[in-house]
Ligand binder design. Structure first.
Ligand code: BES
Ligand code: ZN
Ligand code: ZN
Length: 480
């Protein structure tokens, strides 16, 4: 799909469909339009969409509801734009024009959100479908709006494309995207944008004492990797490390998952893929911030060499961990990455991971858990997340729960003594591997809920969402 922004009025454009945003109460429409829309039960409520045949420049007019004008926000524009593009796809329109809606209230933010809504809403993962009719793609989308908002539209486009890049990798199954393949994707991306990219294979993993990655990786025929991408501008104002959990498939290992929980575990690499998506946006936007992208990647399988409950790992920072469940593997590989990340002495280190089912129990499927030692960072993220629609909620690093992950024969155990507070004990576990003498602020985002959805939600189709790419990129740009 080609997408362009123009300041020409839609009336001068021709195409298969024109998408028009309408507030509740159907203001600013002609009498005929109001009568017609009312007869179609369209009242402009958020989420409503109708198609009306037309004989003028466009074959079809698509009206999308924006809800009450007083309640308009960026996420409403995204959702309405997505409804419009999905409707255009359904009627197999090839050339579609959008009139920029919401700019009367949100100004430049509307242009950005509209781009995001169109690009995110247009996404589908259909490369493995063999029937042509299941692969229909729009040819050309034109958005008509004020000249001054073109930049904003383009930045929204970059953010959404980065999220879709992430979705494309997450949606690939475990037989296609192995740790090795993930490393290849990282290398290709780095080549395209001129980043430095190091990939550690077994030998280098040993040399760097990355025993978490090596241990979890043992049960699979697909060997583990550690990926380090560096983006270094001339005069960086800050140094940020981003870390993503890259379990290309989580069977649970010897503590094997029951079937209803194993299905969709191709998505256990969503944190890693988000890091790659963020780097794509960094390559496009070139902020004045030094970024280190760190990805520990393994396949968690129960092969003959697999690690087992009772095993003890001694980490590079001296901490020992006994294994209580091979299914709590994410924290084990992230530990290596957080130690490595600390050594880079970044101002801020942010990890993102589909870490715990407990986080989904706590917050539901649509909200990520945000853990951080830095109140200011927490507030920045919560504010950004409210704007991007990638919902986050701050969770506590409750000191009293530290007792729960104290090991019997070692410093730590990889699972809490009870199930209660499972997302928190996982975060507390990670905290042990951040060296706070070298890193000022650390944030951990548990994306187990929102990274991958089983049903359509907002602008997302079922499958990977690309969260939290847009929020983290906004954060990086802000630090710029
Ligand atoms: N990858 C899972 C967490 C997960 C669950 C992600 C649901 C996405 C959706 C993680 O490795 C895991 O299995 N965690 C266990 C931890 C437990 C053994 C302490 C869990 O959440 O059950
Ligand atoms: Zn697991
Ligand atoms: Zn996992």
């Amino acid at each position: 799909m080609k997408i362009t922004y123009t300041h020409e009025l839609p009336a001068n454009k021709k195409g298969d469909a024109l998408v028009i945003g309408v507030y509740e109460g159907l203001k600013n429409l002609t009498k005929e339009e109001v009568t017609q829309l009312k007869s179609l039960n369209f009242s402009g409520k958020l989420g409503e969409v109708v198609t009306v045949p037309s004989t003028e420049n466009f074959k079809t007019l698509i009206y999308v509801g924006l809800g009450k004008k007083t309640e308009l926000k960026t996420d409403v524009v995204r959702l309405a734009a997505a409804k419009g593009i999905k409707s255009a796809k359904r009627i197999k329109a090839k050339k579609v024009v959008f009139e920029l809606f919401g700019a009367d209230k949100l100004k430049e933010k509307a242009a950005k959100a509209l781009a995001e809504g169109i690009v995110l809403g247009n996404y589908s993962f259909n490369k493995y479908k063999s029937k042509e009719e299941e692969k229909f793609e729009l040819e050309k989308v034109t958005v008509a709006g004020e000249k001054e908002y073109k930049k904003d539209f383009e930045s929204g486009y970059v953010l959404a494309e980065a999220a879709n890049f992430t979705r494309d990798i997450v949606n690939e199954p475990g037989n296609v995207v192995t740790p090795e393949k993930l490393a290849e994707i990282a290398k290709e991306l780095s080549e395209k944008y001129g980043f430095k990219c190091k990939v550690f294979k077994e030998k280098e993993l040993e040399k760097n004492k990355m025993f978490g990655i090596l241990t979890v990786g043992k049960g699979s025929k697909n060997p583990p990797r550690f990926i380090h991408i560096t983006y270094k501008p001339k005069n960086p104002k800050k140094k940020i490390a981003i870390v993503g959990k890259g379990v290309t498939f989580d069977s649970g290992g010897l503590n094997i998952k029951p079937e209803q929980f194993m299905k969709t575990m191709k998505s256990d690499k969503a944190g890693a893929c988000a890091v790659l998506g963020i780097m794509k946006a960094v390559g496009e936007l070139k902020p004045d911030v030094e970024i280190h992208a760190l990805i520990p990647t393994v396949e968690n399988m129960p092969g003959g060499k697999a690690y087992r409950p009772d095993d003890i790992i001694v980490y590079k920072n001296g901490k020992s961990v006994e294994i209580h469940s091979t299914d709590a593997e994410g924290r084990l590989i992230l530990a290596d990455a957080l130690i490595y990340g600390s050594e880079l002495e970044p101002d801020v280190m942010i990890d993102m991971a589909t870490l715990t089912g407990a986080c989904v129990v706590a917050l539901g499927h649509y909200t990520s858990g945000l853990f951080t030692n830095d109140d200011k960072l927490a507030n920045t993220f919560l504010k950004l997340s409210a704007e991007t629609g990638e919902k986050m909620w701050r969770m506590p690093l409750d000191e009293d729960l530290k007792e729960d992950i104290k090991g019997a024969y070692s410093d730590l155990q990889n699972v809490g003594k009870t199930r209660y507070g499972g997302a928190i004990t996982a975060a507390l576990f990670l905290q042990n591997f951040v060296d706070f003498e070298k890193v000022k602020s650390w944030a951990h985002i548990d994306i187990a809920g929102p990274a991958f959805l089983n049903k359509e939600w907002k602008y997302y189709s079922p499958g990977a969402t690309g969260q939290p790419v847009r929020t983290v990129v906004e954060y990086i740009v802000l630090e710029n």
